[in-house]
Design a protein around this ligand. Structure first.
Ligand SMILES: [Mg+2]
Length: 316
């Protein structure tokens, strides 16, 4: 691509120099893990699939591209360390926008002390950013498969705001707290590390709680019971979506955790001390059924849409 080297240099100038044996500029980066094992993940954000350039600023796009990867590192209980970034840019992509991408990405990278150690530019019809990120583990990884019947289900933050933000954007709104959650998801890195000391299973909620809980249940070989009345919903989501539609909304990037009951009190205390908001939303059960309990405590059967929430990420 024309001017690739100067583009790379200008992009890199927004990031602190990586303290690694070999950083950007050689054929590979060379990394020196300090302890334990590495978690590695990759995820892309693509124009007109995950964002539009009308509804998202360049800073938002840069932030979100890194945030979705940090969320996966958080979900494993790892400490973010390094990432590489492949940018596909339209030919007429303005330099000002490129600086915006770098600003949004580097602000989040500094916050989580993750170093950009390499990357690539290519030209394309639409903007996309693909990031591969690595984190270090201090203990065992927090996987999806360790949940057992009786373990309690918790989630961080609130549910459904990113979905509501998408609806607001589609209806022409440009400002609401929900839109901010759609544009600037917050990866729960500190909570992931904390939870790895208590949880039997965990994952991040990227495709909606209903679908992602299904993934955790399948990996753990268990069922689940979720209390509709316990779902943490913002007042705006409660009014505009309600609990059942909030369950299907994607892109919240909160953490879903299974905690053995004997560790639940200590987990809640540790979260309170660390200023991490978590809510108990249900429990894992024997068998494979995933059901909802209504506010009166009755099982909602057949669970309206619960086992059928497979529509995936809303892109409409
Ligand atoms: Mg994930």
């Amino acid at each position: 691509m024309r001017g690739e080297f100067s583009l790379i240099e200008r992009f890199l100038s927004f990031f602190p120099r990586a303290r690694v044996p070999v950083g950007p500029g050689d054929d590979c980066a060379v990394l020196a893990p300090t302890r334990g094992a590495l978690c590695v993940t990759t995820d892309a954000v693509v124009e007109n699939v995950h964002f539009t350039r009308e509804a998202f600023s360049a800073e938002d796009i840069g932030h979100k591209a890194l945030a979705v990867n940090l969320s996966d590192l958080a979900a494993m209980g790892s400490t973010p360390r390094w990432f590489v970034c492949a940018l596909a840019l339209p030919k007429d992509f303005p330099e000002r926008e490129l600086r915006g991408l770098a600003r949004g990405m580097s602000a989040l990278a500094r916050e989580h002390r993750i170093a950009l150690v390499g990357g690539n530019f290519t030209s394309a019809h639409e903007l996309s950013i693909t990031i591969t990120a690595a984190g270090e583990l201090q203990g065992p990884a927090l996987t999806r498969s360790g949940g057992r019947p009786g373990h309690l289900l918790y989630m961080s933050g609130e549910l459904g705001d990113a979905r509501l933000g998408l609806i607001h954007l589609q209806s022409g709104k440009r400002r609401s707290p929900a839109i901010l959650r759609q544009r600037r998801p917050i990866p729960r890195v500190a909570l992931g590390r904390l939870a790895s000391r208590f949880a039997s299973a965990g994952m991040d909620i990227s495709d909606g709680l209903a679908q992602d809980l299904g993934h955790l249940c399948e990996a753990s070989g268990v069922g689940a019971e979720v209390e509709l009345a316990h779902l943490p919903l913002s007042p705006a989501v409660r009014v505009a979506l309600g609990a059942e539609r909030a369950l299907a909304g994607g892109e919240d990037y909160e953490l879903l955790l299974a905690i053995p009951p004997e560790r639940a009190k200590a987990f809640e205390r540790a979260c309170a001390r660390a200023g991490q908001r978590v809510t108990r939303i249900g429990r894992l059960t024997r068998g494979r059924r995933r059901v909802l309990r209504d506010p009166e405590g009755r099982l909602v059967t057949p669970p309206p849409g619960f086992d059928h929430f497979t529509r995936g990420r809303p892109v409409d």
